[in-house]
Design a protein around this ligand. Structure first.
Ligand code: PMV
Length: 332
């Protein structure tokens, strides 16, 4: 199936006519504890494996869209106009084109991101999820969350997990048309769980996650072991969530992130997102653990780390990482 065929399947002709006044929507960041790494269908972002994330309800993307009379779509990011030739705008406009077909409406899109974009902080996940929510409101789709998740997935795979708060499983699905590949919220609340963001710089990454993923699947022999790794980590993470076991959760999440980065390092040309600062921070985390503090990390396609710990250890974490930005995923 192509992206346009999926859209035709999920939306009626009536759903293509813009008819509502603009409203602001929000989608949260989601950080994968068991990563999505590798596609079995590049065109419609079907993953090789399932993945599981946690949403950060206080950080994400706020988006508003308006109909306008210009010949092109206009995109504003954090109040600044974005040239149509940039990667950011190209991806967004290509996504809108999927819905536009032969119609000639053009939009102004105002989007605010709470974190730096394209820096390995999951901004594209909340970005595409927010865009889908804005389109839903704008075109009055009235379709279910599962369908919205499938549409968001077409923009950026991990966006299909940003339609909910809390823990979300993205089930890989079995069908070739991708209709069973979407987010599923997990009914669990873990109030003393904390995530700490260690943001080392604001720059965009040099290799996009799409390119890095493709290269890994194509060139890394080590990638063959990735589905096995995911199977074990998903089982452990789901068990840890059921019993609120920080040690089990942390070990599986940290192991999963390191295994993902190992597959990238084993690709050719190699992809290494970690910097000296990333490795120093890892050493500090391992030192804290040696001192008895249950703190673990995960890392996405960028140098930054995201810490996992319990509220009771906040002071220990802050003492070592004074700049950490702490989020309580279940207290908002
Ligand atoms: O959805 P993408 O194409 O931005 O890829 C996301 C990849 C990771 O962030 C590294 C992993 C994940 O599951 O979010």
């Amino acid at each position: 199936m192509t992206p346009s065929e999926i859209i035709d399947y999920l939306l009626s002709e009536q759903n293509r006519i813009p008819d509502t006044s603009p409203c602001m929507v929000f989608a949260p960041l989601n950080i994968a504890l068991c990563k999505y790494w590798g596609k079995r269908d590049e065109a419609i972002n079907l993953p090789v494996t399932s993945s599981l994330s946690i949403a950060l309800p206080t950080l994400g993307t706020h988006t508003r869209i308006y109909l306008h009379d210009e010949p092109h779509d206009s995109i504003y990011l954090n109040g600044r106009f974005v040239e149509r030739t940039t990667t950011f705008a190209t991806k967004l406009i290509a996504f809108l084109d999927l819905f536009r077909g032969n119609a000639n409406w053009r939009l102004r899109i105002d989007t605010q991101s709470d974190v730096p974009v394209a820096a390995g902080l999951a901004s594209s996940a909340s970005g595409f999820a927010a865009l889908v929510l804005a389109l839903e409101a704008f075109f009055d789709w009235s379709i279910d969350k599962k369908s919205l998740s499938i549409l968001a997935r077409l923009g950026s795979g991990s966006a299909c997990r940003s339609l909910w708060t809390g823990f979300v499983l993205w089930q890989r699905g079995e069908q070739n048309n991708g209709m069973d590949s979407h987010g599923i919220p997990i009914a669990a609340k873990w109030t003393d769980l904390r995530m700490g963001l260690l943001i080392f710089h604001q720059e965009a990454k040099s290799v996009s996650s799409r390119v890095a993923m493709q290269r890994t699947v194509k060139t890394a022999t080590l990638y063959q072991s990735w589905p096995l790794q995911v199977e074990q980590d998903l089982t452990d993470i789901q068990a840890a969530i059921s019993s609120c076991d920080i040690e089990q959760l942390g070990i599986a999440a940290e192991r999963n992130a390191l295994a993902m980065h190992a597959t990238m390092m084993a690709s050719w040309p190699p992809v290494i997102y970690s910097t000296a600062t990333t490795l120093q921070a890892m050493q500090k985390i391992w030192q804290l653990r040696a001192e008895g503090v249950a703190v673990y990390f995960t890392q996405d396609a960028g140098p930054h780390l995201k810490l996992l710990f319990l509220e009771r250890d906040t002071a220990h974490v802050k003492a070592v990482f004074p700049d950490v930005h702490i989020v309580a995923p279940f207290e908002s």
